[in-house]
Design a protein around this ligand. Structure first.
Ligand SMILES: Cc1cc2nc3c(=O)[nH]c(=O)nc-3n(C[C@H](O)[C@H](O)[C@H](O)COP(=O)(O)O)c2cc1C
Length: 186
């Protein structure tokens, strides 16, 4: 549907949010490192996106420190959170490494590619970034190739409903909005 059509104008973002929130997405923490700088944030936007070969996508907000480090790194660790991981979700979802080094507040071990692996989160995918897709919206999509997986067995995911009261360290609209030269001229 092209922008400006009657269908587009009727779009109700609140109805969309209500519908999608019923999926009650499982939560994850993605960590990465580049040039010795560690980063990580809570994500709800993630999922498998190919079968052969296996691929897993994560979406990073352009407002986040993790996004800026992720642009420079070639690998990520995707920690799938379990029901008991609410305090890890709170640390990685409400604090930004623009202010505080989260890795001084959570136990971690250095893994492949120098990635910080969270000791409290055993359900893990270590993956290599194969592409990055930016459609101009407020998140970018990183498509990754899983290199290693580990788990402590079956688990019940920590879901959005358990953490949707958290206030993100950065709201998506925190991203920079440079003035357009055409706006400035008008
Ligand atoms: C419930 C919830 C879901 C979130 N989902 C995402 C997400 O899918 N992608 C993302 O980049 N940030 C997401 N965030 C926001 C970041 O986790 C949050 O802004 C974090 O503090 C950023 O830290 P950083 O600046 O150190 O990277 C979410 C936050 C919450 C509370």
């Amino acid at each position: 549907v092209s922008g400006g059509s009657p269908d587009h104008q009727r779009f109700d973002a609140g109805a969309f949010d209500d519908l999608v929130s019923q999926l009650d997405s499982p939560m994850a923490v993605v960590t990465t490192v580049a040039g010795g700088e560690r980063a990580g944030c809570l994500i709800g936007f993630h999922g498998q996106c190919s079968i052969t070969p296996r691929r897993y996508a994560v979406w990073l907000s352009k407002a986040n420190h993790t996004y800026r480090v992720g642009l420079l790194s070639d690998a990520v660790a995707i920690h799938l959170l379990a029901e008991g991981d609410a305090s890890i979700a709170e640390l990685f979802g409400t604090v930004t490494s623009d202010d505080v080094d989260k890795f001084e507040r959570a136990a971690w071990t250095e893994g492949p590619h120098g990635l910080p692996l969270l000791d409290a989160c055993p359900h893990l995918i270590v993956a290599r970034r194969v592409s990055l897709f930016d459609d101009g919206s407020d998140h970018v999509c990183l498509v990754t190739e899983p290199l290693e997986v580990s788990t402590a067995g079956s688990f019940r995911p920590l879901r959005l409903a358990a953490v949707d009261h958290l206030v993100p360290g950065h709201e998506a609209e925190d991203r920079p909005h440079p003035d357009s030269s055409r706006d400035a001229a008008s």
